[in-house]
Ligand binder design. Structure first.
Ligand code: HEM
Length: 167
């Protein structure tokens, strides 16, 4: 059992480091830079989405974090039994997990939005047409709105995970 716990914790923490780190860097620095640099940004977006494994790496790391976390929660709570889940530690790990699920869901919306932007950016030759500009604006607004929820929920989840054991 101790080996399983160690393996799950390593997968959970490694997955979380990559997932949350990448989400913070994308939301805070990379996406705003891509939006601000017009044609150059569109080329980088198209390359990042269609030519690299970035989206796949985010799917694998986030799924690993969530699955290993749910498994750890199941072990710690002795099969989701009420006793441990009702302690301060159990509640805070549980609420942290729920915030992580919100981060997961909004991450999928962001990844679909990024894919749509990458596809659109790949179709633009020279300056975007008015129709392409309008589509880029809609996608850009969606990216900003969901980024805010994604950033907030992943940050709260990480803070709660860091505190839970000591409560
Ligand atoms: C944003 C995503 C997440 C991050 C960054 C994260 C991070 C962490 C970290 C750093 C720890 C170690 C804390 C310690 O040992 O004191 C931990 C433990 C834990 N996490 Fe998460 N976590 C995330 C999502 C989840 C989810 C979705 C669940 C599911 C409910 C979960 C359940 C747990 C549990 C039960 C533990 C305690 C494991 C043990 O017994 O040692 N986590 N998490």
């Amino acid at each position: 059992m101790i080996v399983l716990l160690i393996v799950l914790r390593i997968l959970h923490v490694l997955g979380g480091v990559f997932w949350v780190g990448a989400a913070l860097a994308m939301n805070l620095f990379i996406n705003p830079s891509l939006r601000a640099t017009a044609e150059a940004g569109q080329k980088v977006t198209a390359h990042l989405i269609t030519q690299t494994k970035f989206a796949a790496a985010l799917i694998v790391s986030s799924a690993t974090t969530v699955l290993a976390g749910t498994w750890l929660y199941w072990i710690d709570s002795n099969g989701f039994s009420y006793g441990w889940m009702n302690t301060a530690t159990g509640i805070v790990f549980g609420v942290g997990g729920l915030f992580a699920f919100v981060g997961w869901g909004t991450g999928f919306v962001l990844s679909n939005t990024g894919a749509a932007m990458g596809k659109l950016a790949g179709q633009i030759r020279g300056a975007p047409t008015p129709d392409q500009q309008a589509q880029l604006a809609v996608l850009g607004r969606r990216q900003v709105n969901f980024s805010t929820i994604n950033l907030a929920s992943l940050t709260i989840a990480t803070v709660l995970m860091a505190m839970a054991r000591f409560l």
